[in-house]
Write a protein that binds this ligand. Structure first.
Ligand SMILES: Nc1ncnc2c1ncn2[C@@H]1O[C@H](COP(=O)(O)OP(=O)(O)O)[C@@H](O)[C@H]1O
Ligand SMILES: [Mg+2]
Length: 304
């Protein structure tokens, strides 16, 4: 459906994309995961024909984005990072304006369908300035759907939303994915595991990993790590104690009674650690699993 081949993008001297290649099949929900500045928005702008690449090619349903941009745009709906909305327009007025701008056929029906799909029809006459962030994002999705595109390209669709709105927008996206191929970008890891069928991880303009969310998580989680904070313990004795326990692979002494303990995958050594510590008569101030930050994940993936 979409072929991206050897994309590069220079902004002056700065190279934002370095030989990015990937394919997207019909029906996929592809997640584009990467930290801020990775090149997600740049890639999406090139895919949607809003900006030319420095080199490389993008085709959508066989049409080249630089030479056949009109054919490509017919097939793509785009939710940009910030949707240009006009606060003094109503929801319906804005969608009508966008539909006219795009020369959409059977305008009223298409607007009704788009509003229905993102569940905003009951807000048709509300002024955009009065909409919550969650509803603005729905309106952004509605405008992307107006011309009934095969592919939806959504740039950080849940950014700036509160937790409840995030859940609502994710559900909407999963629903839309039944009729559309979806590419979405995010810098939040749980987003891709909850929404996407496949993930591309991008860092500093390069794709550093690719796979299903499950496979990537398994690769990342070679081991489980636990943070332990003790009080009144002898440092050497504590370290020896942890090292002597079954299923503990490594002990990292953080100083001041703090340790990071690496356990074999799929084991939870917390009850055992708690018992052993209390048996020694030491204080146990903290005992918690250590989640990997996105930075650590990228480091791990890029140094493998
Ligand atoms: N118009 C521009 N001019 C110069 N540099 C830019 C421009 N747009 C983006 N960049 C730079 O390109 C890199 C990638 O940006 P972007 O694609 O927006 O990343 P992301 O969406 O992953 O946060 C960043 O370092 C950013 O500062
Ligand atoms: Mg961005």
């Amino acid at each position: 459906m979409i072929h991206v081949s050897n994309l590069t993008k220079h902004y002056g001297d700065f190279q934002a994309l370095k030989n990015v290649s990937f394919d997207v099949a019909k029906g996929e929900i592809l997640g584009f995961l990467g930290p801020n500045g990775a090149g997600k928005t740049t890639t999406m702008r090139i895919l949607t024909g809003y900006m030319p690449p420095t080199s490389g090619t993008v085709t959508v349903a066989g049409y080249d984005v630089t030479t056949d941009s009109l054919e490509v745009r017919k097939r793509l709906g785009y939710l940009p990072e910030t949707v240009p909305l006009y606060p003094e327009m109503t929801v319906w007025g804005y969608l009508d304006f966008m539909a006219r701008l795009r020369g959409v056929d059977k305008r009223e029906r298409r607007i009704d369908e788009a509003m229905e799909k993102v569940r905003i029809a009951d807000h048709a006459d509300v002024m955009i300035g009065k909409l919550s962030k969650g509803y603005r994002q729905r309106l952004g999705l509605a405008q992307a759907l107006l011309h009934d595109p095969e592919v939806l390209i959504l740039d950080e669709p849940t950014i700036g939303l509160d937790p409840r709105q995030i859940i609502e927008v994710r559900e909407l996206i999963r629903g839309l994915a039944q009729d559309h191929t979806v590419i979405l970008s995010t810098h939040i890891l749980p987003e891709v595991s909850q929404t996407c069928t496949r993930v591309l991880i991008i860092n500093e303009g390069q794709i550093v990993a690719e796979g299903t969310p499950e496979r990537l998580m398994a690769r990342l989680k070679g081991a489980e790590r636990i943070f332990v904070q003790l009080a009144g313990a002898d440092g050497n004795e504590a370290r020896r104690l942890f090292q002597s326990m079954d299923g503990i692979l490594a002990v990292d002494d953080k100083g001041n009674g703090a340790y990071e303990v690496e356990c074999a995958l799929g084991t939870d050594k917390r009850p055992e650690i708690a018992r052993a510590v209390v048996n020694r008569g030491w204080g146990l101030l903290e005992l918690r699993p250590v989640g990997m930050s996105l930075e650590e994940i990228f480091l791990k993936l890029t140094t493998e």
